[in-house]
Design a protein around this ligand. Sequence first.
Ligand code: PRX
Length: 648
Amino acid sequence: MSMGIKNKSKAKKYVVKKGGVFWPSPEMKKIANMADPKIYEKAAKNPIKFWEDLAWNGLTWEKKWDKGYVEHFPYFEWFKGGQINFSVNCIDRHLDHGDRTALIWVPEPTNEKPIKVTYRELYDKVNKFANVLKSEGVKKGDVVSIYLPMVPEAAVAMLACARIGAIHSVVFSAFSADALRARIIGGEAKILITSDGYFRRGKPEPLLAKAKKAAKRTTVKRIIVVNRIGKRVWGRRYLDFNKALEKAEAYCEPEIMKSEDPLFILYTSGTTGKPKGVVHDTGGYAIQAYQTSKWNFNLNPGDVMWCTADVGWITGHTYAFYGPFLTGATSLIYEGGPDYPNSGRWWKIIQDHDVNVFYTAPTAVRMFMKVDPKWINQYDLSSIKILGTVGEPIDKESWMWYFRMIGGSRCPVIDTWWQTETGGTLINVLPGIGPFVPTVSGRSFPGLTHVIVDDKGKPMPTGRQGFLAQKSPFAPGMLHGVWKNPEKYVKTYWSNFKNMYDTSDGAYLVNGLIRITGRTDDVMKVAGHRLATAELENAIHDNKKVGDVAVVPMPHDVKGQVPIAFVVLKKGDGSEKLENELKKHVDKKIGPTARPGKIFFVKDLPKTRSGKIMRRILKALLVKEKPEGLMTLVNPESVEEIKTIIER
Ligand code: PRX
């Protein structure tokens, strides 16, 4: 394998190899914010006190809490009685060094210059935009919908909400109008913040038309539009983001919030057809985002972190914006496609901006493994200190490629396991402590406990796969409910194991470290994006010709998984035309990220006597494995037919 990275001679080595795995080098230990392996034991002695100390030392509070942690399973609150404002923690407290860069924005078009926003400038914009929101009647506790691409205004809008105690609900800009609409209605948002469009693969991609359509006949009174691609917008319902900001008052008093008050909701896919609004609180989420950024990514003022996730996902919330801001570091965000104008773009960005921490998804790693290495080797990546991955399991080959090609065999690869529900990372190896083992995520963050159990909740022996569960005290960043659906909160997460949180992931232990094997429910990860098979099934079912449908994920060498649909028509045969029609409808209902890779028209779906579709059998057929459990089917003959169709 080529390792021809043009390292500057000053490139430092942050790992050493010992016993076949990697460990932090003396250099890494020297710079690490946390390098004491005893931290785990220390934290475990009194995890509540441990988190209380971190929160008190790491954040700025308006009033100290009365009680560190209160639990009435399955409800729990951290820092009860404490008062805090999240935007103050992200910005105001860094103003002594206000000329430090908070955000570097790299636009996609190469003829546009990157923009740097200092903490002082961010402060000014957030204060002003908070006043814009106030003058639009937004109050503490109101939900504001944000449908923005990767532009600096996304950070400004989110932080402005936090400043006045409004709850932001960010929706991924590649989601469809229908998907946005459902989320606007769910939050009863009065304000929608969007842009006229953004640049993607060299072309302006319109966004406003989708936003307009989504907001029709909803609670939305005002649409605030960022002018990005130069489309003129007028009408009483619209407000130009930056013009409104210019006219606004300079200072906005931060709203003092209770630690347990909601900071944001973020919709995510579960096992049903309806996405759920995961609610995150303020103080608990803040310390999880802060501390994990400090210890996993070793962020300090002056460090540049590039998390490639879109702000529409939890990773974008916590590590493209909030983690770097809370630690006073610099976040880099990039507007466009990873291979525009060529496959060297990402690596050029790292070189041009001296990125120190690079955090991406295994799907991106697999994509770049396929390109000519010259696109990477011509850039100097020696500024990188830490590499991270998130979103899906990473195989050994991809891990090693990432370690060698991007890290120059110098940097730890931190495989972080977490979820929308957990707010911040929960399981990974700390860079100052190690070891870094391909395919293994590592240990629970200090002060947290995960166990691997069987379906009854009994611990599994080392090496045996089971369900990953979390024990009390639950992580401060954990969700604080499902928006307007308390039953779902209890049923989805807290009912499967006694007194434990069910992660819906499978895992096993290797030498005391946790290896994640993937979802145990009907949730897929398609190019790192979380999708429910049921959502796709609902969308396909909308078509009147469809009698029955099952969607299952199939392994894919770049995307990790792609959805494959099996459709039974009410009458007649399927056709390419109908397949395209159904795919288009999925685009419309959810977005192109969810588009099925293939739709098979079949006569029947394998079902149990109680009518349950056996998706497991479909999955096995797709990967040419022998399906098990045929005896339980009412229609075992369906399996042969499907097998023949797939093979064809
Ligand atoms: O299956 C796990 C997988 O992603 C799921 C959560 O998806 P989402 O809520 O979209 O959040 C993704 C980013 C935090 C998990 O249930 N997952 C996440 N990180 C990893 C992972 N699987 C394996 N290894 C990881 N590092």
